[in-house]
Design a protein around this ligand. Structure first.
Ligand code: ADP
Ligand code: ASP
Ligand code: MG
Length: 401
């Protein structure tokens, strides 16, 4: 007997008809003789709607109360799916994140799973029940409800698969697999049969939100066999595993991330210690910095630019304004009309010319590059937000057509 974890996202359980369809998929898997744990997200746009409700009342609500509110979406889904499965005549139990034993740290709204106390789940599985677990939520050491960050239900599913040594973790969603680019942005995007953990992790981190990046990180760490597939159509999906044939494809995919802002300190004296002062202050306030660029200016000065996610923009700006006089900077500049477009592929390690090909595509599309950053398996460029869609399509065409 195998243990299979199946996760269904918001659009997969958006209405009664979809919930009944999911119940069918789950019970078919169970009827084949498997133990089944199901993780579900909040229905459709529920999480966004709850955020909008909170903003009407208090845009500065504490993260603790936001978690209390947002976790309610998943609780609705587990009960409805369990009712659908009861209707089909199968034994089922719905469990909240804390009933399922998700213990997290106390970083409200972006907490990390510390451990899963899985006795209750194992007891229910032992009695032959299908278990429906609320994704995205857990409990901290003060017994407060926490959430894992937007898109976090994928991570709930992989964490359960790892903790209970499941044979397979299936992520059912509204596309039939991982594509070479977001199929909603790039019409020529192609479905991948397989992708390595490392490549998927980069793509997810660089904006391919088909998977929560932490779910991929965890799948790699615990060697969870993961599959992304459609909840709407019965089609083969994409396998995510340790190594795949690197030779076959130079580039595995293209991603874009609009959740970025660029900040610059203009005209600081060109002397040692300036970058340390700036970035250590940002780090002490837990602000993650992504691409960094330093350029030599006039009269023995330099400019330092870097990117952060938009939610950290104001805090980073405040820090720079505070440092401006100490550092002797001429100006602080901030721009959030930017987008980061990246190519990812393990094949680029052994093939020179990937960067040149990417920049050629951007040049031909008349897209100006503001910043560049590279690692062994990815190249990212920062460009104007208005060019984002044009750029991702041009780069995709250059590599995949
Ligand atoms: P769920 O609600 O099931 O978690 P998400 O909306 O989080 O679904 O993720 C699915 C979406 O991810 C797709 O509808 C698609 O637009 C988007 N997406 C972004 N990049 C990719 C990619 N490379 N391959 C497939 N889908 C992608
Ligand atoms: N409902 C949460 C969200 O919308 C978690 C998830 O969907 O994975 O972000
Ligand atoms: Mg998702």
């Amino acid at each position: 007997m195998s243990l299979i974890v199946q996760k269904f996202g918001g659009s997969s359980v958006a209405n009664a008809e979809r919930v009944m369809h999911v119940a069918q998929i789950v019970t078919d898997t169970y009827a084949k003789g498997n133990n089944v744990i199901v993780v579900v997200s909040a229905q459709g746009d529920t999480t966004d709607d709850l955020i909008a409700k909170a903003e009407e009342i208090n845009p500065k609500a504490s993260k603790r109360e936001m978690d209390m509110l947002l976790s309610s979406g998943e609780q609705i889904s587990i009960a409805l799916l369990a009712m659908a499965i009861e209707k089909l005549g199968f034994p089922v139990k719905s469990l909240t994140g804390w009933q399922a034993g998700f213990q997290t740290d106390s970083t409200y709204s972006n907490s990390r799973i510390r451990r899963i106390q899985s006795e209750r789940l194992e007891h229910e599985l032992g009695k032959g029940n299908i278990c429906i677990v609320a994704g995205f939520q857990g409990i901290n050491r003060y017994d407060d409800i926490t959430t894992l960050g937007r898109g976090g239900s994928d991570t709930s599913a992989v964490a359960l698969a790892a903790a209970l040594h499941a044979d397979l973790c299936q992520i059912y969603t509204d596309v039939d697999g991982v594509y070479t680019a977001d199929p909603r942005l790039v019409k020529n995007a192609v479905k991948l049969d397989e992708i390595s953990y490392d490549e998927m992790l980069e793509l997810a981190t660089l904006g391919a939100n088909v998977l929560h990046n932490r779910s991929v990180e965890m799948a790699k760490k615990y060697n969870v066999h993961m599959e992304v597939l459609s909840s709407m159509e019965d089609l083969p999906g994409t396998q995510i595993k340790e190594v795949v044939d690197v030779e076959k494809m130079l580039i595995r995919g293209v991603a874009r991330d609009n959740d970025v802002a660029r900040l610059s300190i203009i005209g600081v004296p060109d002397r040692p210690g300036v970058a340390f002062k700036v970035f250590s202050t940002l780090a002490s306030k837990k602000i993650n910095v992504d691409i960094i660029l330093q350029s030599i200016g006039r009269e023995n000065t330099k400019d330092i630019s870097f990117t952060v996610c938009r939610s950290h923009k104001q805090a980073a700006l405040d820090i720079l304004e505070n440092l401006k006089n100490t550092l002797g900077a001429k100006a602080i500049v901030c721009d959030d009309n930017v987008s980061k477009v990246s190519v990812v592929g393990a094949g680029m390690q052994s093939n020179p010319g990937v960067a040149a090909k990417m920049f050629e595509a951007l040049g031909e599309a008349n897209v100006n590059i503001q910043m560049i950053s590279t690692s062994e398996i990815k190249i990212s460029v920062l460009i104007h937000l208005n060019d984002s869609e044009k750029a991702i399509n041009a780069i995709h065409d250059a590599f995949f057509n």
